[in-house]
Design a protein around this ligand. Structure first.
Ligand SMILES: NC(=O)c1ccc[n+]([C@@H]2O[C@H](COP(=O)([O-])OP(=O)(O)OC[C@H]3O[C@@H](n4cnc5c(N)ncnc54)[C@H](OP(=O)(O)O)[C@@H]3O)[C@@H](O)[C@H]2O)c1
Length: 169
């Protein structure tokens, strides 16, 4: 999907081998390099998130990004964010020159995977048995792999992981 303003859209997500993305309102594990990657990819752009993902952010709205939260809830509970009632409404808030990134969670990914132009996946090479939130099935034949960067376990990263960038065919 490219919006009316011709802005490109992407999903960014860290998912395990079983497409698990969350547990009990939080991420499945802490990978500092993935947080750095997330910041590098999304800074200076618009991020759209579901209400539960907003609630999971330790410091609220993300700096240096236009933050849009989708919720039916009262708008004044989300400081630093624009509140939208639907995906369509959220997409209207991107600014000229900014890309749009859907940053989760599971419910929002399910309604936007069919729409976006780009996928930024961090594949965590592990299966978390406690995952309770999942990314939808990806039909990889619909996507072209543009970039791949593999990382091993190290002192700060308990699991190996791979950054993968896909463009819709
Ligand atoms: N691994 C990752 O990369 C990653 C990224 C983000 C989040 N997560 C994890 O995912 C989990 C949260 O995901 P979740 O699926 O439970 O919740 P979510 O998608 O973050 O939020 C769900 C709420 O957002 C609103 N919403 C979402 N999609 C909507 C739509 N299409 N139309 C209208 N409203 C919509 C609704 O808010 P109201 O009920 O207020 O109306 C809904 O209850 C957490 O565990 C979080 O840590 C993981």
């Amino acid at each position: 999907m490219t919006t009316k303003k011709n802005i490109e859209t992407g999903i960014i997500v860290a998912l395990d081998e079983n497409n698990g993305i969350g547990h009990d309102g939080d991420l499945l594990c802490h990978l500092p390099n993935d947080l750095k990657h997330f910041k590098e990819v999304t800074s200076g752009h618009t991020v759209i998130m579901g209400r539960k993902t907003y609630e999971s952010l330790p410091k609220g709205a993300l700096p240096n990004r236009t933050n849009v939260v989708i919720t039916a809830d009262s708008a004044d509970k989300y400081p630093g964010c624009i509140v939208a009632r639907s995906v369509d409404e959220a997409l209207t808030y991107s600014k000229e020159g900014e890309k749009i990134f859907i940053i989760g969670g599971g419910q929002l990914y399910r309604t936007t995977l069919e729409l976006v132009d780009w996928l930024y996946l961090t594949r965590i090479h592990h299966t978390f048995n406690n995952a309770d939130t999942f990314f939808p099935k990806i039909e990889f034949e619909e996507w072209t792999l543009i970039q791949k960067e593999e990382h091993d376990v190290d002192d700060r990263h308990q699991y190996p992981y791979t950054f993968l960038t896909y463009r819709r065919k």
